[in-house]
Structure formats: structure tokens, C-alpha cells
Design a protein around this ligand. Structure first.
Ligand code: PLP
Length: 473
């Protein structure tokens, strides 16, 4: 991390934790340079960075001031799900969300869709066209069952950035991360087994658990540090849990990244109870932190961590390229992948391998990281400006999703129906629990459309929320 980034991070934390309040004057450039023993230009660069995020403003001849009204807003509390194994429900609600398209003029807060335009994606699109026109001989035959060698080699390089030391033979390419998760669940469990998950949790992995005939136990989860290791240990003592399934980096729906020491502790816990971990890292590369955080897999010395990911959140979901580093389950995973969907299409694999090899992927995620971080600041600012004061909002450390907890009287399933009439789409909170909890919560996406459209959508949602609350008094 560059010096100015370190300094900007430190100032950002101080602002967000309320150490500096909205309108406060920030330390002068000179005093910060002395305090942190860095050059004047490093401090200026750090402030410029925070200005771009709309967290601070420079006033002529007066210095820098806190601009943000996101300082000191409340995070949700640690969740308190039912502490026993349960069947997953909610398929109908999930299906409704998956089928909801929305016209072009709708405000799209509901799907976890990345930015899919801009110059940084062009080399990939060009390669896809070139391969289609000139290299049909490469893309039409059956490919390697585990994925084409070129791509697996590049994936070894990418996973090195998250602390892993893998070999191309340690990787199995899949059709997106949803298939990766399902294949891993089938590899490590038998019907009737119990899986521990974060709460709230991504609805797709819960539905995979459902169709594999498993039960879930939702574990209390903190909006900044992730799954509670203490609660998990209690559950492990009480129930015959077979595996843990987590999204510990840039979590969906809350956006947190579990601190590295917690990831290591989670791995040690799995070791001491001799169970497996299915780690979903689909958003890991778009962490705002650079270099990106380590995975739990990076601590794995006995192959009990099955790392799943895909390019659906960094490149485009329609490209359907995902992968697994299955550790000691490589043979089972390869077999299940074969019976599940056989080989993956070769063309997108070739194009992505080239995109990574030629540096295009790194450039693309660097751009996305900056854009999402700026959008987070604007979006939280809009939410704190328009939503009721009691609203609690998670603070994503990567990706483009956040979790909003509204006052208790609001039912977000109902809100989503009303919002649709105003051309606004949201993901209701109940989808992120096995049993339909979190009815006053919702997940919002801040990657799609412009900031102006998003702010307008937030303003309209706030109006609908106020209307509901006023009907209740
Ligand atoms: C955490 C998480 N895992 C897995 C998936 C599924 O990814 P894919 O579209 O690659 O199947 C998603 C998609 O939203 C996700 O958010």
C-alpha cells in the first residue's frame, strides 16, 4: 500500500468513527506531515483522495474540513438468528427476485450486478470477438474437464495475491460460483448433514444447501468482523456440524471483510473439530484494500478449505466462469462437476486467461475498486441524509452491496412491492435468512446507474418508508 493510501485510510477511519465530526477542521497538511513523518505532497495526495470520495473539502486559505454526514452513523448490531439447525425456506421469494428484470428506466438496487461498461473491459470483448472469428478450432471441441490449462495457470497467479500457493492441477473450473458452491456442498456432505453459515447469508448458497438436502444453522454475525467465532464454537459443541460455509471477504450482503486473524482462528477451529470450510471469495478481488485481503484458504495446510470464486462480480455474470480450489476433495469435486455439467465452454475461458495474462484484469479491477469506493461514500451519504434517523447501515470494505436495517415497523417485502410501482427494485432482507428473518432489512446495490439516479431512488424509498411509519402512528 502506498504511503498516501495508508494516511488516507487512517484519516477515513477517524472520520467514520466520529473522531472528527461533520464540519470539523482537519489537521493542517504541515502538521500531518510532521506527525506521520511523510512529505507534504504525500499528505496532499491523501487529502485529494478523500476529496474524491466526498469525505472532505478544501476551503481556500482555511484548510481541509469534514464534509461527510456519514460520520458517526450506526452500524447494525451483531445478528441474533435462531440457534438450532433448520430447513431453508424462501425459494419463492428468491425466484421472484431472480426473475425480476425491471425496465431500463428502473432504479436497480436489487441484483448484485457489477459495472459492465468502460474502456477497461474492451480488451476482453475484443479477444472474445477475435476467438469467435478466427479460432473456432480452439473453442468448438470439448475442453479439459477441469478447465483449460491456460486459465488454471492464470488462476494460480490470481490466488497468489490472496496468499495461496496452488498448482494448476489444484483447480477445477466451473460454470460460475453457484455451481462451485453446489459441487463443494455435495462433495463434503451427505443429505441430512448440518452446515453452519453466517447470518444474514447469500440466498444462492442457502438454496444450494436446501437442494442438497442439508440443514443450516445460522451463526450470529457482526457487521464488521463477520461470523462470531465464539457462537460458532458453542454451536460446534452442541451440534454435529459437517462444514462451515462463509463469504468472509467483501461479504454479501453486508460488505465486511473478516480480519485476517479471525480467518486464521476460523481455520484452526475447523481443524480442531475436523470439519471443512467452503469459502466463497467471489468479491475478494474488489476489496478496496490493496493488496487485497488474504483468504482462509491461504492458511490451509491440510486441504480442508474448498475455495470457490467466479468472474461474475469482477467481469460479468453472463460470462459464467467460476472455479474451485477443492483441496483434499479434488477427486470428488471433479467427479461431481462432470456429472453436474461436464466441461465448461472454452471460449470465455480462453478470453479470460488472455485478459489476466496481458494485465487487463488487474487494470480493470483497479478501476472498479476506485469507482465502487467512491460510490459507497456517496451512497451512504444519501442514505443517512434521507432515511429515518434510527436506520442502521453496514460499511462495506469492498464490492458494491450494503445492508440496511430499518425501524422495526417496516416490512421490506411489502416495501419492495410498493417501490416497484415507483420503478425502484430492492432485495428484501428475508431472502438472506433461512427462515425469513430480517423483515425490516434490505440489501442494496450501489454499482448500477449513476449517482444522481441512485440518490433519487434513495429519496423515493425514504418517502415510502416515512409514509409507512406515519400510517402506523
Ligand atoms: C456471495 C455470492 N456467491 C455466489 C454467487 C453466484 O455467482 P455466479 O453468478 O458466478 O454463479 C453470488 C451471486 O450473486 C454471490 O453474491
Amino acid at each position: 500500500m502506498k504511503l498516501y493510501e495508508k494516511l488516507a485510510n487512517s484519516l477515513r477511519q477517524q472520520i467514520l468513527q466520529g473522531f472528527f465530526q461533520n464540519g470539523d477542521r482537519l489537521p493542517s497538511v504541515r502538521s500531518l506531515a510532521n506527525q506521520y513523518k511523510v512529505s507534504i505532497s504525500t499528505v496532499q495526495e491523501a487529502y485529494r483522495h478523500l476529496e474524491m470520495e466526498s469525505l472532505v473539502e478544501a476551503r481556500p486559505k482555511s484548510g481541509y474540513f469534514v464534509l461527510s454526514n456519514i460520520a458517526n452513523y450506526s452500524l447494525p448490531e451483531t445478528s441474533r438468528p435462531p440457534q438450532r439447525p433448520l430447513d431453508v425456506s424462501q425459494w419463492e421469494e428468491v425466484l421472484n427476485l431472480l426473475l425480476a428484470k425491471g425496465d431500463k428506466d428502473c432504479t436497480q438496487f436489487q441484483h448484485a450486478m457489477p459495472i459492465m461498461e468502460g474502456a477497461s473491459l474492451k480488451p476482453l470483448l475484443k479477444k472474445l470477438t477475435e476467438l469467435t472469428k478466427r479460432n473456432a478450432d480452439l473453442s468448438l471441441p470439448y475442453g479439459d474437464l477441469r478447465g483449460i490449462a491456460d486459465l488454471r495457470e492464470q488462476l494460480v497467479r490470481l490466488t497468489f495475491n490472496s496468499g495461496c500457493l496452488l498448482h494448476p492441477d489444484d483447480i477445477v473450473v466451473t460454470s460460475g460460483c453457484q455451481e462451485a458452491l453446489t459441487v463443494c456442498l455435495r462433495a463434503v456432505t451427505s443429505p441430512g448433514d448440518i452446515i453452519a453459515i453466517e447470518s444474514p447469508s447469500f440466498y444462492g448458497s442457502m438454496q444450494a444447501i436446501k437442494t442438497t438436502g442439508l440443514k443450516v444453522i445460522e451463526i450470529p454475525t457482526h457487521p464488521e468482523t463477520g461470523i462470531s467465532l465464539e457462537a460458532l464454537e458453542l454451536a460446534l459443541d452442541q451440534w454435529p456440524i459437517k462444514a462451515i460455509q462463509v463469504t468472509p471477504t467483501c461479504n454479501n450482503p453486508m460488505g465486511y471483510s473478516m480480519p485476517e486473524q479471525n480467518k486464521e482462528r476460523l481455520y484452526r477451529l475447523a481443524q480442531s473439530y475436523d470439519i471443512d470450510i467452503i469459502e466463497d471469495d467471489i468479491y475478494g478481488d474488489i476489496s478496496y484494500q490493496f493488496p487485497r485481503p488474504k483468504t482462509i484458504k491461504s492458511f490451509d495446510t491440510d486441504g480442508r478449505v474448498l475455495l470457490c470464486s467466479a468472474f461474475s462480480k469482477t467481469i460479468a455474470p453472463g460470462i459464467r466462469v467460476g472455479w474451485i480450489a477443492p483441496g483434499r476433495y479434488r477427486d470428488e469435486v471433479t467427479h461431481i462437476k462432470y456429472v453436474s455439467s461436464s466441461m465448461c465452454p472454452t471460449l470465455p475461458q480462453l478470453a479470460i486467461a488472455d485478459f489476466i495474462k496481458t494485465g487487463g484484469y488487474d487494470r480493470h479491477v483497479r478501476r472498479l475498486r476506485q469507482e465502487y469506493q467512491q460510490s459507497r461514500e456517496h451512497f451512504i451519504k444519501a442514505l443517512t441524509k434521507y432515511f429515518p434517523e434510527e436506520t442502521k447501515i453496514s460499511f462495506p470494505e469492498g464490492g458494491y452491496l450494503l445492508w440496511v436495517e430499518l425501524p422495526k415497523g417496516i416490512d421490506t417485502l411489502q416495501l419492495s412491492k410498493e417501490a416497484k410501482h415507483h420503478k425502484i427494485h430492492i432485495a428484501p432482507g428475508s431472502l438472506f435468512s433461512a427462515t425469513g428473518k430480517y423483515r425490516n432489512c434490505m440489501r442494496l446495490n450501489f454499482s448500477e446507474q449513476t449517482m444522481a439516479i441512485r440518490e433519487d431512488g434513495v429519496r423515493k424509498l425514504a418517502y415510502l418508508i416515512e409514509l409507512t411509519l406515519s400510517r402506523k402512528v
